[in-house]
Design a protein around this ligand. Structure first.
Ligand SMILES: *[C@@H]1O[C@H](CO)[C@@H](O)[C@H](O)[C@H]1NC(C)=O
Ligand SMILES: *[C@@H]1O[C@H](CO)[C@@H](O)[C@H](O)[C@H]1NC(C)=O
Ligand SMILES: *[C@@H]1O[C@H](CO)[C@@H](O)[C@H](O)[C@H]1NC(C)=O
Ligand SMILES: *[C@@H]1O[C@H](CO)[C@@H](O)[C@H](O)[C@H]1NC(C)=O
Ligand SMILES: *[C@@H]1O[C@H](CO)[C@@H](O)[C@H](O)[C@H]1NC(C)=O
Ligand SMILES: *[C@@H]1O[C@H](CO)[C@@H](O)[C@H](O)[C@H]1NC(C)=O
Length: 388
């Protein structure tokens, strides 16, 4: 116990030193451009090399950009960059973490229009393309009471830096279910979008020409919160119902989706979560669930997700500016970070978001690795025992 206590103190001291260093984060360089639509033949035949990304060496760092308010982030393992859903501005960020450069794509008619949010962004490791959801903020702000309005899925080609197509999801749902929040992809190039109010999954074909209501709501009441995060490994889709805390598995090869609960042990309560992620470095075996308490870490050793081990929760940080909400997690290089957002910041008059200029990225690589190694709560548990 004494050794553990010393270890805890040493770790705390080290953290303080490292954190001090992390404050030396440079200013992010930000550039803006409008959405560009690709024309036929825009896509180069040559694909980006898959030689792996340079190591990313930073621990904690901040993205310094006025009103970034990120809802979700995803790592492009080909081009070694991060996609960001810039929630309240309703724009799309492409962030180079090595150069600390942020490229913001704005959507005329949607960006900086109060009713629109860009929540879901997801990279497709099969095609190299990214999905961007330009959806209704109202659905979330009214907890599903008002789900009306246009929701778009846009497909981005990072190589040409252009959008290939846009589909209007509301044309399929006719406003009877909504709250579109996250995307995943199968090896055939189909995109799956989950709706939260109530649970639904839409399947969009690779050309963006066909939208199939693949998993329809089981309830007609759209104030019932349901699937808020979706992730895929091969043809195994996972959907997390943040209303009930149930994790579901779906078979992407089936013509319609069937939700099969994934039991996990020990059975821990997981309500009020947000997005989920299968970081590509774990090859489908480790799931991170953004949750009010922190990032829950689940494992399926064979990546089948028939059952799962609940390994623990990496706790939220206690020393961030007031009001953080854990919205997502993201792999950057071989590292893992918590994505926090601040929903309650008062809106700056004449704009669509609060006044923050700096958004901390809290590194959790070691905490996750320790949970995987030990299968029990990292130092937190040791420390609370030893301090008794
Ligand atoms: C990273 O940042 C979080 C939040 O500010 C802090 O709690 C943690 O101690 C930092 N970690 C390190 C290693 O500095
Ligand atoms: C960052 O930006 C602020 C305000 O624009 C400026 O005062 C400061 O010198 C910049 N810091 C660096 C390291 O460039
Ligand atoms: C968000 O929009 C405001 C204008 O309302 C702009 O000044 C700011 O730079 C934008 N932030 C980002 C990250 O795009
Ligand atoms: C519901 O949401 C839509 C789209 O955001 C908005 O135009 C409309 O005014 C809202 N209705 C009410 C009653 O708030
Ligand atoms: C999307 O579809 C809905 C329902 O058909 C329609 O009301 C709305 O105008 C469409 N929006 C766009 C931008 O096409
Ligand atoms: C952090 O998690 C604890 C529960 O583990 C919760 O009581 C607290 O509100 C959370 N804090 C933030 C800032 O999310």
């Amino acid at each position: 116990m004494r050794v553990a206590s010393l270890l805890c103190r040493a770790t705390a001291l080290l953290s303080a030193v490292v954190q001090g260093l992390a404050l030396a984060s440079r200013n992010t360089s930000v550039s803006f451009r409008n959405e560009a639509i690709a024309t036929r033949g825009d896509r180069p035949v040559v694909k980006a090399p898959k030689s792996g990304c340079p190591p990313f060496k930073k621990g904690n760092f901040s993205i310094n950009a006025f009103q970034l308010y990120p809802e979700n982030m995803d790592w492009d393992g080909n081009l070694c960059q991060v996609y960001i859903g810039i929630l309240f501005n309703a724009s799309f960020g492409i962030y180079d973490p090595y150069k600390e450069a942020l490229d913001v794509v704005e959507f005329p008619g949607y960006t900086q229009h109060r009713e629109f949010h860009v929540g879901g962004v997801a990279w497709d490791p099969h095609s190299g393309l990214a999905s961007v959801i330009v959806g209704q903020g109202n659905a979330f702000e009214t907890a599903g009471a008002n789900i009306s309005g246009t929701n778009l899925l846009k497909k981005y080609d990072p190589l040409t830096r252009k959008f290939l197509w846009t589909v209007n999801l509301t044309a399929t749902t006719q406003g009877s279910y909504g709250g579109f929040n996250d995307a995943a992809h199968d090896p055939e190039g189909n995109t799956y979008i989950c709706g939260t109010f109530p649970s639904s999954i839409l399947k969009i074909n690779p050309q963006g020409a066909k939208v199939v209501p693949w998993y329809l709501p089981q309830a007609t009441d759209h104030t019932i919160r349901g699937i808020s995060g979706i992730a895929a490994h091969g043809n195994t889709l996972l959907g997390f119902d943040s209303g009930t805390g149930v994790l579901y598995r779906f078979d992407a090869t089936a013509s319609t989706g069937t939700a099969i609960p994934v039991p996990f042990t020990p059975d821990q309560p997981l309500t009020s979560g947000d997005s989920i992620r299968l970081p590509i470095k774990f090859k489908g075996r480790v799931l991170l669930i953004a949750n009010a308490r922190g990032i829950a870490v689940l494992r399926s050793k064979d990546a089948s997700w028939r059952t799962a081990e609940f390994l623990g929760v990496v706790p939220n940080a206690s020393d961030l500016p007031p009001g953080p909400i854990i919205v997502s997690s993201v792999q950057i290089g071989e590292k893992l970070y918590i994505v926090n957002d601040w929903f309650a910041d008062p809106i700056v008059p004449g704009t669509t978001a609060g006044g923050k200029t700096s958004f901390p990225m809290v590194e959790i690589t070691k905490q996750v690795d320790d949970l995987l190694l030990l299968g029990l709560m990292y130092l937190q548990r040791v420390c609370s025992f030893s301090e008794l």
